[in-house]
Design a protein around this ligand. Structure first.
Ligand code: NAD
Length: 497
């Protein structure tokens, strides 16, 4: 059985781990490898190596750091298929989707190649007689990233390219469920010329996370994962004096108004609800159908669902793969039971589905509920599977209120042909990322990504300009060089004379 080891100092960590976890191929249900689960001393080894590497990397000219980013960018592009295959083998998503994920990560690497420009400070000449003021942005030191299973390549790339290009050393703790792709990316970064210790990958679970949260040499934590863990990471990390950003779970709604292009809305609902088997933080899990929109939309959604090819992610034509683990599949199937008990109308039932020959995989088919109400558990919980709920609403105002009353606020969308309605929606909706006639509004690498409310804890969104701000500290310098005018002692507060 292969052992997936930690990556420290640009090489696999030799010592055998005290604890191991199992990594599955979700399509077959078989264990494909074991992964080291770090103890406190293994985390400490990763942090110590990063702390050693930091001073040299911080002092490496930003233009040289950028050159390594360019090389890394090219290597990721050249190895796109290797990364995607590894990702599919452990996560289960389709190869196309895996390539899409790596491409979105690549966009952040491309953004980070611009660090010489991004890290520039401000300069004001002559703010007082002979006095200039300027700001410089400096890296924090050793920073850590803790990432979820659902985007094992992209979410780490939301973090470390920017942190590293800005001059930090980075310790990544990827999801223990699909750790290999992050490791391959780290190997490519080493090949690009990244010095040893600047990016270490420590595998593990709560033990590793807790150590990173308390380690005195870790200056900042970027977390992406479920809401309860995000809350825990945010409160523990900040209590320990660290800068923390913690992006969390979601329940994303898409409002469909009666005047919308229903073909477009049906395509969007099916794509955004069932893509990656619903295991996306930006998946649409609730359609709020206003007026008679639901009566038109539901048969159109159903028709599209029936044609979906649900198969192992590496099989030709597959559109949706399995879920990540057996436990998670059972949990999602349990929500379908709950929805029925709560009185929702089950329009399409994915329980019991598996492709022929893959009966032991973690499968569930696309599932659709109608007549869901906000008091139901299937509405309130993040199911994180291919289960779409339709909530009926009498008016646009009520539909907006449903979304604003929901505790989460990651992404949302409105489908309409009325510009005024779209403008009202973008203005009044209490959600961080808004789509107009498109269902998954994930900004490109030169904007920042972040939800509101229980979808994001902390002051910073992730990647883009907020990423640069998160991974750097600003210093302001006020300077005066000796001039012939000596003003003598003055105990008054400095003012701009
Ligand atoms: P998770 O919270 O279970 O795990 C995330 C990370 O935290 C993993 O590295 C895991 O090892 C670690 N972890 C798990 N339990 C822990 C604990 N008790 N204490 C300390 N660390 C712990 O999340 P997941 O199941 O891997 O990912 C899915 C979740 O992530 C969903 O809720 C999804 O919405 C969310 N997500 C959010 C975003 C976003 O940008 N807002 C993006 C992707 C995923």
């Amino acid at each position: 059985m292969d052992l997936i080891r930690h990556w420290i100092d640009n090489q696999e960590y030799d010592a055998l781990p005290e604890r191991r976890g199992e990594v599955y191929n979700p399509a077959t249900g078989l264990v494909r490898a074991e992964v080291a689960l770090a103890s406190v001393s293994e985390v400490d080894a990763g942090v110590a190596s990063a702390a050693d590497a930091f001073p040299g990397w911080r002092d490496t000219p930003v233009t040289r750091r950028a050159k390594i980013m360019f090389k890394f960018r090219d290597l990721v592009e050249a190895h796109m298929d290797d990364l995607a295959k590894l990702l599919t083998a452990e996560h289960g998503k389709t190869l196309d989707d895996a390539r899409g994920e790596v491409t979105r990560g690549l966009e952040v690497i491309e953004f980070a190649t611009g660090m010489p420009h991004l890290i520039k400070g401000d300069f004001s000449e002559q703010v007082s007689s002979g006095v200039d003021t300027y700001t410089i942005r400096q890296p924090l030191g050793v920073v850590a990233g803790i990432t979820p299973f659902n985007f094992p390549a992209m979410v780490p790339m939301w973090m470390y390219p920017i942190a590293i290009a800005a001059g930090n050393a980075f310790v990544l703790k990827p999801s223990e469920k699909d750790p290999s792709v992050a490791l391959l990316a780290a190997e490519l970064f080493a090949e690009a010329g990244l010095p040893p210790g600047v990016l270490n990958v420590i595998h593990g679970d709560k033990v590793a996370v807790d150590r990173l949260l308390e380690h005195p040499d870790v200056k900042a934590i970027s977390f992406v994962g479920s809401t309860p863990v995000a809350q825990y990471v945010y409160s523990t990390g900040t209590a320990n004096g660290k800068r923390v950003q913690a992006l969390a779970g979601a329940k994303n709604h898409m409002i469909v108004l009666p005047d919308a292009d229903m073909e477009l809305a049906a395509d969007a609902a099916v794509s955004a609800a069932y893509g990656s088997a619903g295991e996306r933080c930006m998946a649409i899990s609730v359609v709020v159908a206003v007026g008679d929109a639901g009566d038109k939309l539901i048969p159109m959604i159903q028709e599209r669902m029936e044609k979906l090819s649900i198969a192992p992610g590496d099989s030709p034509g597959a559109e949706m793969g399995p879920l990540i683990t057996r436990d998670h599949r059972d949990k999602v199937a349990g929500y379908v039971d709950t929805g029925l008990e709560e009185g929702a109308t089950l329009v399409a039932d994915g329980r019991g589905f598996s492709p022929e020959g893959f009966e032991d995989g973690f499968w569930i088919g696309a599932t659709l509920f109608d007549d869901v109400t906000p008091d139901m558990k299937i509405y309130q919980d993040e199911i994180f599977g291919p289960v779409l709920s339709v909530v009926r609403s009498d008016s646009f105002e009520d539909a907006i209120k449903v979304i604003n009353d929901n505790p989460w606020g990651n992404g949302t969308a409105v489908f309409t042909n009325d510009g005024g309605a779209a403008r009202k929606f973008q203005n009044e909706i209490e959600v961080g990322m808004v789509g107009v006639n498109l269902p998954i509004p994930v900004p490109l690498g030169f904007y920042s990504f972040g939800g509101w409310k229980a979808s994001n804890f902390g002051d910073h969104d992730i990647y883009g300009p907020d990423g640069v701000s998160f991974y750097t500290r600003q210093k302001v310098v006020i300077s005066r060089w000796p001039d012939p005018i000596h003003r003598g002692v003055d105990l008054g507060f400095p003012t701009n004379k």
